[in-house]
Write a protein that binds this ligand. Sequence first.
Ligand SMILES: Nc1ncnc2c1ncn2[C@@H]1O[C@H](COP(=O)(O)OP(=O)(O)OP(=O)(O)O)[C@@H](O)[C@H]1O
Ligand SMILES: [Mg+2]
Length: 328
Amino acid sequence: MRIAVTGSIATDHLMTFPGRFGDQLIAEQLDRVSLSFLVDDLQIRRGGCAANIAFGMGCLGLRPVLVGAVGADFADYRSWLERHGVDCDSVHVSEIHHTARFLCTTDEDHNQIASFYTGAMAEARLIELGPIVDRLGGLDLVLVSPNDPDAMLRHTDEARGRGIPFAADLSQQLARMPGEDIRRLVDGAAYLFGNDYEKGLIEQKTGWSDEEILDRVGVRVTTLGPKGAVIDRKGEPSLHVSPAPELGKADPTGVGDAFRSGFLAGVAWGLSLERCGQIGNLTATHVLERVGGQEYELGRASFLERFAAAYGAEAAAEVEPLVKCHYA
Ligand SMILES: Nc1ncnc2c1ncn2[C@@H]1O[C@H](COP(=O)(O)OP(=O)(O)OP(=O)(O)O)[C@@H](O)[C@H]1O
Ligand SMILES: [Mg+2]
C-alpha cells in the first residue's frame, strides 16, 4: 500500500532564557522594544507534521512518500528521513526560501516568545499529486496533514478528483481555517483524525453534527490524550482503544503525529481498526517518553513485547509478522 504523507516539514529551534521576560519589559517604553535575550540552551529538533508522521511509519518498516516543500537547507534532514525509510523523492525544494522554522524562547516561568517562519512551506501549494502517482504507479491513500492551507485544499481536491482515498488531519490548522474550507477538507475523507478538542471544533466550524460527520467520512479517529483513542463509523458502536502504558513522561510534543504513524501502519497492513488504534497508541507512547517528535527508537523486540503487555498475546501475534522495525 503506497501512502503519501502531505504536510509541513520544519525544524524547531528551542532556547531557554534563565530569567523572566517580564523583568526586561519596561511599561513606559513598549513603543520602542529592542531586546536581546542571552539564552543558555539551544535545541534543534526535526519536526513538521508530515515529517513526524512519515518518520514513524518508516520506523515501523513502511516506505511512506513524504510530500511537502522545503528549502536548500533540507539536505541533512533528508538523509535522516531516508535513513529511516522515508521516500523523499517527491519533496519540493524551494529555490528562494528556507525550510519552515519555529523559533521559541522560554523563560523561567514558562512564558514563551516565539516566531514561526513559513518559508518554503508556502510553496507546498505548487505541488501536484499527478507526477507522484505516475512515479509510483499509483497511490492508495493521501494523508492531508497541517500545511499551507492552500496546499491542504489542493491535495484534497486532487485526491478526490483522482478517486484516491484521502485522510483528513487538520489539527492546528483548524483554528485559522474558515468553516467552508474545513468542510472541503473533511467531506468524503476515508479517515478523519483529531483530538477530542478538535472534534468539537470541526463540528462547530462546519456546522455539521457528530452524526452528519459520520455520514460524510469513512472512519473518524479521535485521540483522547492519556485516555487513548475512540474510533467511530456510521451505524457502528464506538470503539474505545485503551492507551499503551508509558514508561515515563518527557514531552508530549508530537504524540498526535506518532499516533497517526502507527494507525496508518495498521491500515497499510490491512489490520482491524482496533489493532490500528493500538499500534497508534503504542507509537505515540514512544514519543511521549522522549523530548522531540523524532527522538525515539522503535526496536522490534521491545515494541512487540510492549504491545503484548498492553493488548495481549493474541493481538501481538497478529502484528508480529508485519512489523519490520529498523532496530532489532
Ligand atoms: N499520558 C499518556 N499516556 C499514554 N498515551 C498517551 C498519553 N498522552 C497521549 N497519549 C497517546 O497519544 C495519542 C495522541 O494524544 P493527544 O490526543 O494528546 O494528541 P494531540 O492533542 O493531537 O497531541 P499533539 O498535537 O500535541 O501531538 C493518544 O491517543 C494516546 O495514544
Ligand atoms: Mg495534534
